[in-house]
Design a protein around this ligand. Structure first.
Ligand SMILES: [Fe+2]
Length: 236
């Protein structure tokens, strides 16, 4: 997951989504509402335990039908000339809900962090690899600086798999690669990045064995997404 702020071009919903533009999605709205309530409660008391299981259970219900999202064709999506595509579903102070789509096999959301964020991923179409690293500190070093992490390993996920949860201090730095063309996932960030931006890191090569320590080096952001005008739910 990344903030979708670095968008250099856009595709309209008419180009991508054949059904969603004018249709409300009451089932999606009803599913996101309790997650927003959890987000707002958490924002009021950040020292309370975070109810990650509840969010995972709600998000597990979300699929392509609930999103009214047909799988875009390769031919349409490649017109953007961008490997990664982003659409905002909902944005408010305490929660960000987005769609990310990768065009081709090996396209990726490169290694990045989620400072002080609880993040959730549910695959909608296709198949992804998620490489996860845990850093004890959510404070990123300066560009060129290093951070000590623990490589958790890689998961392969499809729409049939459970929601992935990452927490401050656990899996809070990750890279997501597509294993199929037109792979799409929904993510929820609690809270969103706000005024923060994602820090990007060099992917260690070769990868260390899972469950071992590894030092990551921060690098400059060299990545962009194409913004897709999916109809947002401003008010849940
Ligand atoms: Fe991420």
């Amino acid at each position: 997951m990344l903030d979708g702020s670095a968008c250099e071009s856009s595709l309209s919903s008419k180009q991508i989504f054949s059904t969603a533009e004018t249709v409300d999605r009451p089932a999606l709205r009803q599913t996101l509402k309790p997650i927003l309530a959890i987000s707002n409660t958490f924002a009021a008391n950040r020292s309370a335990p975070f109810p990650s299981k509840k969010v995972m259970n709600f998000l597990a219900k979300v699929d392509s039908k609930m999103l009214q999202l047909e799988r875009p064709s390769y031919e349409i999506l490649e017109k953007s000339k961008s490997p990664a595509h982003y659409a905002s579903i909902h944005y408010s102070d305490n929660m960000t809900v987005s769609l990310f789509g990768l065009l081709d096999v090996e396209d990726k959301l490169p290694l990045h962090d989620h400072p002080f964020i609880h993040g959730f991923i549910k695959v909608i179409y296709g198949k992804f690899q998620v490489f996860s690293f845990s850093a004890k500190s959510d404070v990123a070093p300066e560009i060129g600086g290093e951070i000590e992490t623990f490589y958790e390993g890689v998961q392969v996920v499809t729409p049939e798999d459970d929601v992935i949860y990452l927490a401050p201090g656990y899996g809070n730095i990750h890279e997501i690669r597509a294993l199929e063309p037109i792979s799409i996932f929904i993510d929820i960030l609690i809270p969103g990045y706000g005024s923060n931006t994602a820090a990007h890191y060099e992917m260690p090569r070769p990868l260390p064995p899972p469950k071992t320590k590894v030092t990551l080096k921060r690098k400059r952001k060299h990545f962009w997404t194409t913004n897709i005008d999916y109809p947002t739910l401003s008010n849940l």
